[in-house]
Design a protein around this ligand. Structure first.
Ligand code: BT5
Length: 291
């Protein structure tokens, strides 16, 4: 996949024409750029209903109603990060993965893996970007990107999956502490240099398209497992209500890896290994880690 040099200043101004030029040569569908938008996932959802082609892409400089999972907020300040949503039609996805839980978790991993792999081309090996299961990208133990996959249905047939990614690039992208449920950072802080957002966008999309072709492969699973954060560490799993506040502690255990279906393996105090299902939980490092 080659080394990506995330150098600054190649693209000063972004608009629809500049986006088309930037992404020329990548096998994408139609492109839409917005200086400011509620949520790229919402716009992509309306575009799906209006017939958007496979691999069409929505990019916004600023989101005023960016969303995380369970209707939590995702903050995208203008000029500071990346917010984009890729439309994936079922015809372009492996048939074995078109049942919804499997697809949701695999596409979430696809987005997170593409961000990790892109950043790791520019990061020292000792400070890798990793996947905080299921949908966060962290580096230096702080979150710098989040992935939100939503499935759209026409009756009982899947119409499209929307893969939304938000990345903090410069320090201005990092929300204030009271807006966060986990410490945050940005790409420029972890690479310790200036980064061109748009060069990064192209590199992430390029990595994403490459891994999408291997979505159903053992190589993909290995790459995903290899990027899993907190392996061997004690974590707490909370019931994920999305309502904020304290949610009940469900489980505590050591991160033991991934099952073939992408669910998380957790080794409990009893030694028993259990599976954590996607979508129901929130992961948090145990405050008093024990062995
Ligand atoms: C996510 O949800 O992390 C998924 C974020 C997906 C955002 C993209 S941007 C393009 C597309 N369009 C959208 O509307 N969304 C997608 P979750 O794991 O639920 O995390 C949400 C939590 O992350 C919030 O409750 C905050 O605590 C925290 N957060 C919000 N903005 C953040 C930011 N810029 N950096 C780090 N953490 C943030």
């Amino acid at each position: 996949m080659g080394i990506v040099t995330l150098k600054r200043g190649t693209i000063q101004w972004m608009d629809q024409a500049a986006l088309e030029k930037l992404l020329a040569g990548l096998p994408l569908g139609s492109l839409r750029y917005f200086a400011s938008l509620g949520s790229t996932n919402d716009l992509a959802g309306r575009w799906v209903a209006a017939g958007a082609s496979d691999l069409s892409l929505v990019v916004a400089d600023e989101q005023t109603a960016g969303r995380g999972r369970l209707d939590r907020r995702w903050y995208t300040q203008p000029g500071a990060g990346l917010a984009f949503s890729l439309i994936l039609r079922p015809q372009g996805l492996p048939p074995a993965l078109t049942s919804s839980p499997a697809l949701l978790i695999r596409l979430t991993a696809l987005g997170a893996l593409a961000v990790c792999e892109t950043l790791n081309e520019a990061l020292p090996p000792m400070l890798p970007a990793q996947i905080k299961w299921p949908n966060d990208v962290i580096a230096t133990r702080r979150k710098l990107a989040g992935v939100l996959v939503e499935l759209h249905w026409a009756g009982d047939q899947m119409d499209a999956a929307i893969l939304g990614i938000g990345i903090n690039v410069s320090r201005h992208a990092i929300p204030s502490a009271e807006q966060l449920n986990f410490p945050a950072t940005c790409v420029e802080a972890v690479v310790e240099g200036e980064v061109d957002r748009w060069t990064l966008l192209r590199a992430v999309l390029s990595n994403l398209l490459t891994w999408k072709a291997e979505l159903d492969s053992e190589r993909f699973m290995q790459a995903w497992r290899g990027r899993l954060a907190f392996r061997g560490e004690w974590v707490q799993v909370f019931t994920d209500t999305g309502q904020g506040g304290e949610s009940p502690l469900l489980l505590e255990g050591q991160v033991a890896g991934l099952n073939p279906d992408g669910t998380l393996r957790l080794k409990l105090h009893s030694g028993e290994v259990t599976s954590v299902q996607f979508g129901e939980i929130r992961l948090r490092q145990s405050e008093s880690a024990s062995t």
